[in-house]
Design a protein. Structure first.
Length: 129
């Protein structure tokens, strides 16, 4: 089941990435604005950059929010990565372009995937029950 989840996530991320290399299709949102709509964000460190083209999935595997930050400012990505370690997330080795961090609390597992490109970043936040 875990392999199926990873494969499905990779496919979704690939489709999502195809829409992330342009100018963005919606007005950027702040973390605070997104928390109102997506309560799973309360389990993750705050991302200070723009949240654009947010894509939410809630299924039997858990909740996932993927979003882009176009014309990304490097300090937002680096600050977010620093917050991950400070919040108990552990960086996992990976062989693809997505770098994952995990935090298992005993009640649920959190996963963050980051695809970091030169001019934009894709961030995937998943809360698995």
């Amino acid at each position: 089941m875990k392999r199926l989840f990873i494969a499905a996530t990779a496919v979704l991320l690939g489709m999502f990435a195809a829409g992330c290399d342009g100018e963005g299709g919606s007005e950027p949102l702040s973390w605070g604005e997104c928390v109102v709509s997506y309560s799973l964000l309360e389990y993750f460190p705050e991302y200070d950059g723009d949240i654009e083209n947010a894509y939410y999935i809630n299924d039997s595997e858990g909740e996932t929010l993927m979003f882009c930050d176009y014309n990304v400012e490097r300090e937002h990505v680096e600050a977010f990565k620093n917050k991950l370690g400070a919040s108990g997330f552990i960086k996992e080795p990976s062989s693809g372009s997505t770098v994952y961090w995990y935090n298992n609390t005993g009640t649920y597992s959190l996963r963050i995937g980051i695809d970091d490109y030169e001019t934009y970043v894709i961030i995937e936040l998943t809360r698995m029950a």
